[in-house]
Design a protein around this ligand. Structure first.
Ligand code: SF4
Ligand code: SF4
Length: 477
């Protein structure tokens, strides 16, 4: 062995209940360190450069030389150790020459019958004034999806708004059209919809159920919290209407479990109480939390203290999740579920999400956007459903997203999980969709460490939980 050095941004280690876990950063893989690997890693942390002679002198008295050599070889293969003379290679940027879609998001009406104070939609208006998508645009969108998904067996059509149920006639037409097309092409088509629940009737619920829609309800918790921001156009809290509709929905929907999506904002940070209400009292299958991304940021942004409090509360609920998981129960906390799924998969993200790659969103005029959140923003569009995808422009966007040179992400220990964070979050914060989400990078790193610890504890105490509750859904998605 020549002179070797540590590549610090490729390794992270976390001690869980006395066990040292090594995280191989490029692949998000987890290994339990034995005494030899722990000693070797510690030596390379102490010394800038280490030779075979240094290794023998420092560790040869405690560990067999052959074991030390094997360990060094394994760590070198993982690019955790490297020849000290070798410089960091430039990042490998995958050229984007095709957009193999699996999902199309149809913005069926920019209008919404609620007027939530924190709504990030720059084009939001009332249902009557909203830009409604017509069937021709929707048909072309579905055709584009099927063309771009030629190699896939399964495709997804997502209905978004505003409130998508304000354009139910179009949704019904699209479901019939896409269903027929899927049958003719031997594919399966899934439908999903996020709703504020206010327009649901028994008849609508039964129709959605018959087509096995994946439903998510936007709801912020008990009345006092929900009504702070989720208000009608007239300014009244919407909880009383929503809770009746949700009870009706959860009482008769059979085809799929239904989740709630909570927006955390100033004053709406009591994660445990919100989860308890939505999951235990109302009966949602799972509850997911996201901090607000809104236009008038200063009014609704979580100040740093609140953000700290929220992540701490997320970890408290995460502890409840771990205890329940060890006892074989799933408490339906989607953020934890997603984190464990990413860890179980050994996620290696080159870009933060499928926006612009596996997924595009269509506005009412047929123009293509990175994702639903960019519809109505002043960001560029990427072609149209009638003229096709502007692959050159979209490719350039995705290629820029892959190149994190000069940004903190290039050496961040959670880059394979995060890859720079949500483009829309960055755009809303700084105007640049490629900027790191710097305001919570430290918190995200802490959250991923928490996930590694949770994953390790569950794997040790009840590995069957991960097989039954985490891996099945990760395969499905
Ligand atoms: S956005 Fe922040 S947390 Fe995410 S990879 Fe970049 S530096 Fe790391
Ligand atoms: S850019 Fe953000 S909001 Fe859009 S799909 Fe990606 S993670 Fe979601």
């Amino acid at each position: 062995m020549g002179m070797l050095t540590l590549v610090p941004h490729n390794v992270h280690d976390i001690t869980v209940d006395g066990h040292r876990m090594l995280v191989h950063v490029p692949s998000s893989s987890l290994f339990e360190m034995d005494a030899v690997s722990a000693a070797v890693l510690d030596l390379f942390r102490r010394e800038d450069r280490v030779s075979a002679e240094d290794l023998r002198r420092d560790l040869g008295g405690r560990h067999a030389l052959e074991e030390l050599a094997d360990c060094v070889e394994s760590l070198t293969r993982l690019d955790i150790l490297r020849d000290a003379a070798v410089l960091e290679s430039p990042p490998v940027i995958q050229a984007v020459e095709d957009i193999p879609l699996s999902t199309i998001v149809l913005n069926v009406n920019t209008g919404c019958n609620l007027s939530c104070t924190y709504c990030y939609k720059e084009d939001l208006t009332t249902p009557a004034k909203g830009l409604r998508m017509g069937f021709e645009t929707a048909r072309q969108s579905v055709d584009l999806l099927f063309t771009q998904a030629a190699a896939r067996d399964r495709v997804n059509v997502v209905f978004f708004g505003g409130e998508p149920l304000t354009n139910l006639p179009l949704i019904k037409q699209v479901v019939a059209y896409a269903g027929d097309k899927a049958k003719a092409e031997g594919k399966t088509v899934d439908f999903s919809l996020t709703t504020n629940a206010t327009l649901l009737t028994e008849e609508i619920v039964d129709w959605l159920d018959a087509h096995a829609f994946a439903l998510t309800v936007s709801m912020d918790g008990p009345k006092a919290l929900h009504d702070l921001n989720r208000r009608t156009i007239g300014g009244q809290g919407s909880y009383d209407v929503v809770v009746d509709k949700v009870r009706m929905l959860l009482g008769r929907y059979r085809s799929r479990p239904i989740g709630a999506r909570v927006t955390l904002t100033r004053g709406v940070t009591d994660v445990a109480a919100i989860h308890k209400h939505l999951r235990d009292e109302l009966g949602f299958y799972e509850v997911g939390f996201g901090p607000v991304t809104s236009g008038p940021m200063t009014s609704f942004n979580l100040p740093e203290d609140d953000l700290l409090q929220v992540f701490s509360a997320m970890k408290d609920l995460g502890e409840v999740y771990v205890e329940a998981a060890i006892a074989g129960r799933n408490i339906g906390f989607s953020n934890m579920h997603q984190l464990l799924t990413d860890i179980a998969r050994g996620t290696r993200k080159a870009v933060p999400c499928g926006a612009g790659l596996g997924m595009l969103a269509v506005d009412g005029e047929g123009d293509l956007h990175l994702c639903h959140r960019f519809v109505g923003s002043d960001q560029p569009t990427y072609g149209s459903v009638s003229g096709g995808i502007d692959v050159a422009r979209l490719g350039a966007f995705i290629e820029t997203a892959q190149d994190r040179t000069g940004r903190d992400c290039a050496t961040c220990r959670i880059r394979s999980f995060c890859a720079g964070g949500c483009y829309h979050e960055s755009y809303a914060r700084s105007g640049d969709p490629h900027a790191p989400v710097a305001h919570y990078c430290d918190l995200m790193r802490d959250w991923v460490d928490f996930g590694v610890s949770a994953y390790t504890r569950i794997t040790r105490a009840n590995p069957s939980f991960l097989r039954h509750h985490v891996e099945p859904r990760s395969h499905a998605s």
